[in-house]
Design a protein around this ligand. Structure first.
Ligand code: MF3
Ligand code: CO
Ligand code: CO
Length: 270
């Protein structure tokens, strides 16, 4: 399962998939997004992140899919749940959600060997104005990045669109984590940076599948990983948000594989 021999590789080592492969990605992406839709009602004050993860794991199993994260480099959960100043890779556990917490829930499923990887933001209780702004800017930064995906543009164009927008809103882009190619494997070339210069980096071609998953901070961009070897936090403890879609480059633009079936990608459904 963990090998990829389809199509061809570009000079940058990026796999070019065939037209038939989009259907596989679409199915995997749709399941990941469907599960994130269903998760919304499990997010409330007093709920533990472990209970949310248990729900996700059960849903993956019910759909006869496979969790890509359980067993990945020793990770033991069906999701990453990253609260407030946690940037990414928060480990689900006994911690209870508090009023005003914002959290990213990141799910990756494997369906018929294809990987669907998506994450979005949720809120427990009442959303503060500054958290609301961070979530909105992060969501819009991702969508601007996706809008710059089409054959002939470059990966640098994606990063540039995200960085220019986020920094223009006086927020910062995390440099220590990036998006990635995916398809029949979880993480493949290229590294999809969420910052960069227009016109730099590999040229986008039809048949490329990858994630865009910007992490945006209200404060400084620096992160550190806690002693559990997974949880990444902002060094200055400022709030961080993230949204992630899995996408494919089409002949004239982009297909988003992880669209929410019921339009719930943004936490205020806007
Ligand atoms: N889903 C994450 C990503 O977007 C990776 C999580 S790996 C894990 O690439 F092991 F932490 F789950
Ligand atoms: Co990802
Ligand atoms: Co992810």
């Amino acid at each position: 399962m963990n090998e990829d021999t389809r199509g061809r590789l570009t000079r940058d080592g990026i796999r070019i998939y065939s037209e038939a492969d989009y259907a596989g990605m679409h199915k995997a992406g749709a399941l990941a997004a469907q599960i994130l839709d269903e998760v919304a009602e499990h997010v409330f004050v007093g709920q533990t992140t472990g209970a949310i993860d248990a729900f996700i794991q059960r849903r993956v199993e019910e759909e006869n899919a496979v969790s890509a994260t359980i067993g990945y480099k020793g990770y033991q959960h069906a999701s990453c749940i990253s609260i407030n100043h946690v940037v990414c890779h928060g480990i689900p556990g006994e911690k209870k959600l508090k009023d005003g917490d914002i959290l990213n829930i990141d799910v990756t499923v494997i369906v018929d060997g294809w990987f669907g990887d998506t994450s979005r933001m949720y809120v427990a209780g009442k959303l503060s104005r500054k958290a609301e702004r961070l979530i909105q800017v992060t969501h819009d930064a991702l969508m601007l990045g996706i809008e710059s995906v089409k054959p002939g543009n470059t990966f640098g164009d994606i990063g540039h669109a995200i960085q220019t927008y986020a920094e223009g809103q006086r927020m910062s882009v995390v440099r220590d984590f990036c998006g990635h190619g995916l398809g029949r494997v979880f993480h493949a070339p290229p590294n999809v940076l969420h910052y960069g210069r227009a016109g730099t980096g590999p040229v986008l071609e039809e048949g490329m599948f990858f994630t865009i998953e910007p992490m945006i901070n209200l404060g400084r961009p620096e992160t550190k990983v806690l002693s559990d070897d997974w949880t990444a936090v902002t060094r200055d403890k400022s709030l961080s948000a993230q949204f992630e879609h899995s996408v494919g480059v089409t002949s004239d633009g982009v297909e988003i594989f992880t669209l929410s079936p019921s339009g719930k990608f943004h936490p205020t459904y806007g």
